[in-house]
Design a protein around this ligand. Structure first.
Ligand code: TYM
Length: 333
């Protein structure tokens, strides 16, 4: 049976990239008949140091963001990773299946570790193995993520295949990354060649889910564009990363294709398009941030929801881990 799994790190606030590349698409998938499991991956967050209090609150805020966006904890399973210890247990098994050479090819590790990889945590290096455990723990078949996670999902496929081969079983499914739509790669507002990220140095380069209307308007107004204005066709966006990004964001927010956006704004100046984009973003994001703030007023209720989600997740995870241990030859008595 098809099953969806995806996750977000609770480090720093949610960005428009997380929303368009992940959460919004999860909400859309929820209405399909696939079972879906969504996770605040706190064990992934601590691969770089997190302030402990901030991590707890960030986990709640992320859960609030998912709930406010429309993830329904009755329809989907919503929990935080560390409450299901099976993830870490399966990750160890996968550490023994994955090869060092595979990890060495991970571009995200190279980006995050920077020049001084010797000083990166061992956890950051092994991160993709834990991510494979997240996914395969539930025998998930579909993983909706932004473009930047593609390599990690492909590695998950390699781990599943190698495990199956090593033990002569057909146990872990080969997972499909689901990367589609104009929101899969939301770029930095000041530099269209870099992705929008919660850890970027300037706040002006990203839209945060909790930004108010004034801030959103200001950030789009100051966003880098070019003197040309909007082209007559989407081909006219080629080689213009900032222009393409603004059109893609509009398309993603409004469930349109970039073609339809261009058809509507062909030849318009940025002075016309940017305010329209800001208005659209506020219209879509304000109800979510209002609801997030409301949910954050009752952290105990968020904690209860996560605990209930974790219980449901464990009910799936426990038998799969037991079976994995058995396949590997770990004695249970
Ligand atoms: P994270 O926390 O960096 O991002 C969460 C999700 O948001 C997407 N995303 C973006 N999409 C489009 N444009 C952007 N600028 C942008 N920035 C972030 C990411 O692609 C991701 O889908 N390793 C993962 C978390 C993870 C996970 C998993 C995901 C752990 N285990 C299992 C799927 C399945 C990560 O760091 O995402």
């Amino acid at each position: 049976t098809p099953r969806v799994f995806s996750g977000i790190k609770p480090s720093g606030g949610l960005t428009l990239g997380n929303y368009l590349g992940a959460i919004k698409r999860w909400v859309d998938m929820q209405s399909s008949d696939m079972e879906s499991i969504y996770c605040a991956v706190d064990l992934h967050a601590i691969t770089v140091w997190q302030d402990p209090e901030a991590l707890k609150n960030g986990t709640r805020e992320l859960a609030a963001g998912m709930l406010a966006s429309g993830i329904d904890p009755e329809q989907s399973i919503l929990f935080n990773q560390s409450q299901v210890p099976e993830h870490a247990q399966l990750a160890w098994i996968f550490n023994c299946v994955a090869r060092v050479g595979w990890m060495n090819r991970m571009t995200q590790f190279k980006d995050k570790a920077g020049k001084n990889a010797e000083k990166a945590s061992l956890g950051l290096y092994a991160y993709p193995s834990l991510m494979a455990a997240d996914i395969l723990m539930y025998h998930a078949t579909h993983v909706p993520v932004g473009e930047d996670q593609k390599q990690h999902v492909e590695l998950t496929r390699d781990i599943a295949n190698k495990f199956n081969n090593d033990f002569g079983v057909d146990f872990f499914p080969v997972t499909e990354p689901v990367i589609e739509g104009p929101g899969m790669r939301v770029m930095n507002l000041r530099d269209g060649t870099k992705k929008m990220s919660k850890s970027g140095e300037s706040d002006m380069e990203r839209i945060n889910m909790l930004d108010d209307a004034d801030k959103i308007a200001k950030k789009f107004k100051k966003a880098k564009s070019d003197p040309e204005g909007l082209p007559e066709t989407v081909e006219g966006l080629e080689g213009r990363p900032e222009a393409k990004n603004l059109v893609d964001i509009y398309a993603g927010l409004n469930d349109m294709t970039p073609e339809t956006v261009i058809a509507e704004y062909a030849g318009a100046q940025w002075g016309k398009f940017k305010p329209a984009l800001a208005d659209l973003a506020v219209a879509k994001l304000a109800p979510i941030s209002d609801e997030m703030k409301r949910l954050m007023d009752d952290p105990a209720e968020i904690d209860r929801k996560l605990a209930r989600g974790a219980e449901k997740a464990r009910a799936i995870a426990t038998p799969i881990l037991e079976k994995t241990y058995d396949i590997v030859g770990l004695l249970r008595s």
